[in-house]
Design a protein around this ligand. Structure first.
Ligand code: ASP
Length: 330
């Protein structure tokens, strides 16, 4: 039987069209428009098209993602084999990770978009949509959580990062799970999954800013963030997790009041935990009550901390930030 896939559109470049005056593009195409543009989809799946928003992806917020997660759950209960989400690429590394944290189901959820809008030569939206639907119907992609299919590469949402402003190969992860070759999924790895984070529907979205110090930077923003009601802080630090000594006293104070996480601004590799003993090194930061972001970059660490604060489980941060540990059993 031909599998059923729901395509849920949120907007972004894949849905953009130029205005009559030629003054730039904006999202306006619907999910149905995207489907019509790719006749090859019909050979892969019975495709449903649903519009949840039509926005630039920087307008996507947590309440919209919570609504999307509920919709995905309903589709799964209804027997849908896979879900594809189309959206702007600017925030895919965040939105796909949030969906991954919320998704407890078995069905593949595959996020995609386009770097070149449909009016440009070599527009990549149709190929990415076909690739995403191909993943969504492939049994090998079940139980993998949320995936990002882009430029014929399959990334795990928990690892993927956008690393280029214009390249059609803008998405990167340290080890993609696989590729699409001749229209077929070729998986080379299976990332471990954890139980989803259960966020109460009435939980308020906490204020958790990211602070990224450069050299000769002043720590005034820490006090400003705390005075503005930060429920947590994420520091995007140099190297393996290193900061100027001027920042230590305010960071120690903040860590007594809220969770303070440090990530690496290199956006690659794990933050360190036990190598450098200089003041402001990772050993010092941990001794002051800060927590390393494990394998997560600052953007993903912030979202994990926010969802765990909403769930009342910030203590799970370190466990969940380590992507290579065995799955939670509870
Ligand atoms: N600005 C677009 C967005 O909504 C960029 C894109 O889709 O590539 O993220």
């Amino acid at each position: 039987m031909i599998p059923r896939v729901e395509i849920i559109a949120l907007g972004g470049t894949i849905a953009c069209q130029p205005d009559a005056a030629g003054a730039g593009v904006a999202p306006s195409l619907t999910a149905a428009d995207l489907v019509i543009a790719v006749p090859a989809l019909a050979g892969r799946a019975v495709v449903g098209a649903r519009d949840l928003a039509n926005l630039p992806s920087t307008e996507i917020d947590l309440p919209l993602l919570f609504a999307l997660a509920i919709l995905i759950r309903a589709f799964e209960q209804d027997g849908t084999e896979g879900v594809v989400v189309t959206q702007g690429t600017d925030t895919i590394e965040e939105t796909a990770y949030v969906l991954d944290l919320l998704h407890n189901g078995r069905l593949p959820v595959v996020v995609t978009g386009a770097m070149r809008n449909p009016s440009l030569p070599g527009a990549d939206g149709p190929a990415n949509l076909l690739a995403a639907v191909t993943c969504a119907v492939d049994p090998a992609c079940r139980d993998l959580g949320v995936l990002v299919a882009f430029d014929d590469t399959i990334h795990a949402a928990r690892w993927v990062q956008k690393r280029d402003t214009t390249s059609t190969g803008a998405f990167w992860s340290p080890a993609p799970l696989g590729w699409l070759a001749e229209g077929e999924v070729a998986l080379y790895a299976r990332a471990k999954r954890r139980a989803g984070v259960s966020v109460p529907t009435d939980a308020a979205v906490p204020f958790v800013p990211i602070l990224k110090p450069g050299i000769s930077d002043e720590p005034r923003l820490i006090e400003a963030a705390m005075a503005a009601g930060a429920a947590g802080l994420v520091l995007d630090l140099a190297g393996g997790g290193h900061v100027h000594t001027d920042w230590l006293a305010p960071l120690s104070d903040a860590a007594k009041r809220v969770p303070v996480v440090f990530a690496s601004r290199t956006r690659g590799g794990r933050v360190l935990g036990g190598t450098y003993r200089q003041p402001g090194g990772e050993i010092d930061l941990v001794s002051r009550g800060l927590t390393g972001s494990g394998d997560l970059d600052a953007l993903k660490a912030r979202l994990l901390l926010m969802l765990l604060l909403m769930a009342g489980r910030p203590d799970e941060f370190a466990l969940r930030a380590s992507l290579s540990l065995p799955a939670l059993t509870s």
